[in-house]
Design a protein. Structure first.
Length: 93
């Protein structure tokens, strides 16, 4: 009988090519109480990294599928991730 599960490494292997690999996660995740201009600057810096990333698409898909609403994933802000989930057709996220 053949297993239907994928080896765990295959599920996560896209992360090995991520532009953010090894970077300080503070660029992608806000400190408590961050607002306004400081938040926009940090999000813009994170999104600039994501724009150069060869795996931003699988990263964004992962964030949507696993409901990651905190931080920048695949170039999406927290607000964009929440909005995408709210507007997705049932069963697509």
């Amino acid at each position: 009988m053949k297993s239907r599960t994928k080896p765990l490494l295959r599920v996560w292997e896209w992360q090995a090519d991520a532009a953010c690999r090894g970077m300080d996660s503070a660029v992608f995740f806000p400190p408590a109480g961050e607002r306004g201009t400081a938040r926009r600057r940090r999000e813009d810096a994170a999104r600039a990294i994501c724009r150069t990333c060869p795996v931003s698409d699988p990263c964004g898909r992962f964030a949507l599928a696993s409901q990651q609403y905190y931080g920048i994933w695949g170039g999406y802000t927290e607000a964009e991730l929440r909005c995408a989930v709210r507007h997705a057709a049932p069963g697509t996220v």
